[in-house]
Ligand binder design. Structure first.
Ligand SMILES: [Zn+2]
Length: 285
């Protein structure tokens, strides 16, 4: 694990699979260095966004192919079905992530808008790419993780696979996802404006750490304190919201609803090149 020239992982719920994590980090390190882009306005972004359009465009075409093509071999049919299933997952996870960000905005608007204007030490806006994903698709063995690095050229600029001036947050689909998101946002609220300094701290204290639950939460780690503070803020906001409006629907029931809706009303917008023929930058599916 190597923050200064690689990737930072800040864990929430940790599963002790250290070897797997090291392999993941090597992949992420390469990905982070490969993609560079600059956004003029930092804000929350849906980490599935880049794949959604292709999925929406390609789904009806592939479904039609499957329904009308005659003479397809069993292998070809199965291949089509597996492409369709993959595309459906993109639509479902995008919708769930959108729903999660909407929940945060409604339940804890102060926290949402504060992080929607996250800036690095030089005042440059930083995008936060959030993805809700199933555990089996996770690239790191954590139920929640913030993933970022900095470059040797600009040590204040957060970088992720989405480009410079961005960070990535991956969350497993669960009822606790919003709480975990608030925790990760707390880490980022400290790390992003203090990136160069924190990367040194990270390298010094966590580089060779085999105790994954410790990462981000050493007693002298300010990001860990911010993570706890953000969690508390979210819990307070949640209670206030629930008292006034009742509990929001469960995330897992929303998951089921989105799956049902996609089955009953498939998306049907026009469409260019299918994404599945392009290299998979996450390499974890
Ligand atoms: Zn943490």
């Amino acid at each position: 694990m190597n923050f200064g020239n690689g990737v930072a992982i800040i864990s929430h719920n940790v599963i002790p699979r250290y070897e797997m994590m090291n392999a993941s980090l090597r992949v992420l390190f390469c990905v982070a260095l490969l993609s560079v882009s600059i956004h003029s306005h930092g804000k929350f972004r849906n980490g599935h966004e880049s794949r959604l359009r292709h999925a929406q465009d390609s789904l009806p075409i592939l479904r039609q192919q499957l329904a009308t093509s005659k003479g397809l071999s069993l292998y070809e049919k199965q291949r089509l079905k597996s492409r369709i299933a993959e595309l459906k997952r993109v639509v479902i996870y995008h919708e769930l992530t959108r729903d999660l960000l909407d929940r945060l905005k409604v339940i804890s608007p102060g926290l949402y808008y504060e992080m929607n204007d996250l800036r690095d030490r030089r005042g440059r806006p930083t995008d936060i790419y959030v993805r809700l994903i199933p555990k089996q698709s996770s690239r790191v063995p954590f139920a929640a993780a913030s993933i970022l690095s900095n470059t040797g050229i600009d040590r204040d600029a957060p970088t992720s696979e989405h480009g410079t001036h961005s960070v990535a947050v991956d969350l497993w689909i669960s009822e606790r996802a919003l709480l975990m998101l608030s925790h990760e946002l707390g880490h980022l609220s400290y790390i992003v404006p203090n990136l160069a300094h924190y990367s040194e701290f990270y390298r010094k204290h966590y580089r060779n750490s085999r105790n994954l639950s410790r990462i981000g939460h050493l007693s002298t780690d300010n990001s860990g304190q911010c993570a706890r503070d953000f969690e508390k803020r979210y819990v307070t906001d949640y209670r206030t919201y629930a008292k006034q409006f009742g509990r929001p629907p469960s995330i897992l029931s929303t998951h089921a609803r989105v799956r049902r809706e996609l089955r009953d009303r498939p998306p049907s917008t026009p469409a260019p090149a299918p994404w599945y023929e392009l290299p998979d930058i996450t390499t974890n599916r």
